[in-house]
Write a protein that binds this ligand. Structure first.
Ligand SMILES: Cc1ncc(COP(=O)(O)O)c(C=O)c1O
Length: 365
């Protein structure tokens, strides 16, 4: 089988690949967003640095999107990943710990490592496939600086009820620690509660434009924090010259026009996940731990087949042009049990995956 790095292989054939490996979004949004960015480009906005606090008015629109006005500030970043880097650098030092889940979006855990701090990973690869209030409470100790609440959760697709968010918020309050609410997938959720409803003074949001509006390549995100953290977090920002100005113009337009594009995009995403679910239901020994997903991805458990998720990933990519992710990227403990599939791709892509999955599993068996 092909030996090349799967990402190099896939990028070399970009247009021919069904890209279901990174929770990116290739579904249609609004032409107004592209038009705004093209206009900005034609006007030469990219010749100047943006204001250090971002394109004028962008921050307000962003805070508005979450219904946050007073007492909150935003730091515009090159993607959510830069937001978490800034946050971990500013807040963590040797001996500290962060309570989080496994599976999880592991790059944040690696950022914690860089601070010589520890991530206390709670195994959530079991019902209800998310952190529980009891387990978080048990895990928190005197060295805990923050709880990382990825909600909805990459990769499982679970989200937290109002009661659960409240319960976890209370733990943050009682232990005088930060609640980092990573809401990268919020717009995909059937229902969603912001932790700021309960502990506004200790909630820090991680925001991304990569998934909802499909800006993964534009690199745009934000850290949204109570004003009292603003000075410290700005001090640790990796880029005092702000983020890509054209991306910011597009991000602002995306939020201003959200009502026009979000519902249709969500309909297609949910239709695609149903197509895949129906295919999975037909295949012996595999299942979806969480359905429906509150994100643009879910996990397909293949443990009972005895197959290696990495081999499934490779065969799907190199023989069929469908790119999914083996679980080892997302879990230190359960990574050999599942593949993760994102479905914000054109419907033909979801259909192709649904057709090829049984073929690949059968071949490998
Ligand atoms: C939970 C979570 N947080 C942050 C990120 C990073 O997003 P961005 O592309 O905005 O850097 C991702 C990307 O997949 C993610 O899943």
């Amino acid at each position: 089988m092909e030996k090349k790095d799967p990402f190099v292989y896939a990028h070399e054939r970009e247009k021919d690949i069904v890209w279901m490996s990174q929770n990116t979004n290739q579904l249609e949004t609004s032409s107004k967003i592209q038009e705004a960015m093209l206009k900005a480009l034609k006007e030469g906005k990219h010749n100047l640095y943006p204001h250090r606090d971002g394109v004028l008015g962008f921050k307000d629109v962003l805070l508005d999107d979450l219904g946050l006005k007073d007492n909150y500030d935003a730091l515009i970043t090159n993607g959510a990943i830069e937001a978490t880097y800034t946050l971990t650098r500013a807040m963590l030092s040797e001996g500290d710990n962060v309570v989080a889940s496994d599976p999880s979006f592991m790059p944040i855990h690696h950022q914690v490592d860089l601070c010589d701090a520890e991530t206390k990973e709670i195994d959530v690869y079991k019902d209800p496939y998310k952190l529980t209030v009891e387990e978080v409470n048990e895990a928190v100790d005197r060295n805990t600086e923050m709880i990382l609440l990825i909600d909805p959760l990459n990769p499982l697709g679970t989200s937290y009820t109002e009661k659960e968010v409240k319960g976890i918020s209370e733990i943050a309050e009682d232990n005088d620690i930060l609640l980092v609410h990573d809401i990268t997938y919020r717009d995909f959720a059937y229902e969603h509660t912001l932790a700021s409803e309960f502990v506004p003074e200790r909630t820090i949001f991680v925001y991304s434009f990569s998934k909802n509006v499909g800006f993964a390549g534009m690199r745009l995100g934000a850290l949204i924090m109570p004003e009292e953290y603003s000075e410290l977090l700005h001090k640790y920002r990796t880029n005092v010259l702000s983020a890509n100005v054209i991306a910011q113009v597009g991000g602002k337009k995306a939020l201003e026009t959200k009502e026009e594009w979000l519902p249709n995009m969500l309909d297609q995403s949910r239709k695609n996940q149903k197509i895949i679910k129906e295919a999975v239901d037909q295949i012996p020994d595999i299942h979806l731990p969480v359905y429906p997903s509150n994100t643009n991805m879910f996990v397909i458990d293949i443990e009972k087949t005895g197959l290696d998720p990495q081999k499934v990933q490779k065969k799907l990519l190199y023989e069929h042009g469908v790119f999914v992710r083996g679980g080892n990227y997302l879990s230190n403990t359960a990574g050999n049990k599942f593949i993760r599939v994102s479905f914000t791709v054109p419907q033909e892509g979801a259909e192709k995956f649904a057709e090829k999955l049984p073929v690949v599993l059968e071949d490998l068996r």
